[in-house]
Design a protein around this ligand. Structure first.
Ligand SMILES: C[S@@+](CC[C@H](N)C(=O)[O-])C[C@H]1O[C@@H](n2cnc3c(N)ncnc32)[C@H](O)[C@@H]1O
Length: 258
């Protein structure tokens, strides 16, 4: 696991600025907004709450959480991304790996833990340890709201146009860890992805003590044309949103510590 973490850390440090520029719009306008909406749906009142952003990267979600009246904390493995978060005015930033959260935060510190597209960077045992740690740092009744790569991550990449099938994806489906990679095309760095299927995501949370409230495809806001697409002319972003409509490459999970 150490090797995986070091690899991911080195890659994100290397691509920090280009990743930030390239992924900012999609993460901040769509993913973060939808994660916040999910917490609201389960009655989370942000004002005065202490929250953690797990794998906070360049800090966009922390900024949003702050405007909602919370005191956000962030942890990430990439020093370079944390630098960007700090330049953007984020405070309470910790450099460390998510599976060792307990080394940095006392039990029952947070009212909610948020995380956007981070957990899949650890192999399943690391994901389990992370969820165990998230459980411990949450107060009773606390919310755990996160996105994770979809079991059919980026399946459009594998589409065989002539047959309309997804041959590589189908082949990989039975590979025990279903490891994929992404980022080569976008940022010149290949990042691993440790996908889980729906029942595995559920069990992992359930086994660590969480009540799983909801798991769903990471859909776009229903009024995405009016509220989000009007804000950008960036062809890559528009193409990504169009692809996402057909094949959302993320899932959202909402869980509560009893
Ligand atoms: C796809 S980026 C998402 C960044 C941020 N959550 C956002 O929405 O803008 C994944 C993030 O996970 C972080 N990460 C990967 N492995 C990690 C680990 N083991 N512990 C903490 N952070 C990790 C990366 O450094 C990167 O910031």
């Amino acid at each position: 696991m150490k090797k995986v973490i070091t690899g991911v850390m080195n890659s994100y440090n290397k691509i920090a600025r280009t990743y930030f520029e390239g992924a900012k719009f999609f993460n901040e306008e769509i993913m973060h907004a939808e994660l916040i909406a999910l917490a609201k749906k389960y009655g989370f009142d942000f004002r005065g709450k202490s929250v953690l952003d797990l794998g906070c990267g360049p800090g966009g979600l922390m900024k949003k959480l702050e405007t909602l009246g919370t005191t956000p904390h962030g942890i990430d493995i990439s020093e370079e991304l944390l630098k960007i978060a700090s330049e953007r005015g984020c405070e309470n930033l910790t450099l460390g790996s998510m599976h060792e959260l307990g080394n940095y935060f006392a039990p029952e510190t947070f009212d909610a833990v948020f995380s956007n597209f981070v957990l899949h960077y650890l192999p399943p045992e690391g994901q389990m340890l992370t969820i165990r740690n998230v459980y411990n740092v949450l107060k009773p009744g606390g919310l755990w709201i996160y996105s994770f790569c979809h079991p059919f991550f980026m399946r459009h990449w594998y589409l065989d146009e002539t047959t309309g099938e997804f041959p590589a994806r189908t082949k990989n489906y039975f590979y025990p860890l279903r490891i994929d990679a992404w980022g080569e095309k976008e940022f010149g760095e290949s990042l691993p992805l440790f996908r889980l299927d729906w029942p595995e995501i559920h069990s992992l949370n359930r086994n660590e003590g969480f009540d799983v409230l909801e798991m769903k495809d990471a859909t776009l806001p229903s009024d995405v044309e009016k509220t989000v697409l009007v804000k950008t002319q960036d062809k890559n972003v528009i193409e990504l949103i169009e692809l996402f409509k057909k094949n959302p490459f993320g899932v959202f999970i909402a869980a509560r510590k009893p």
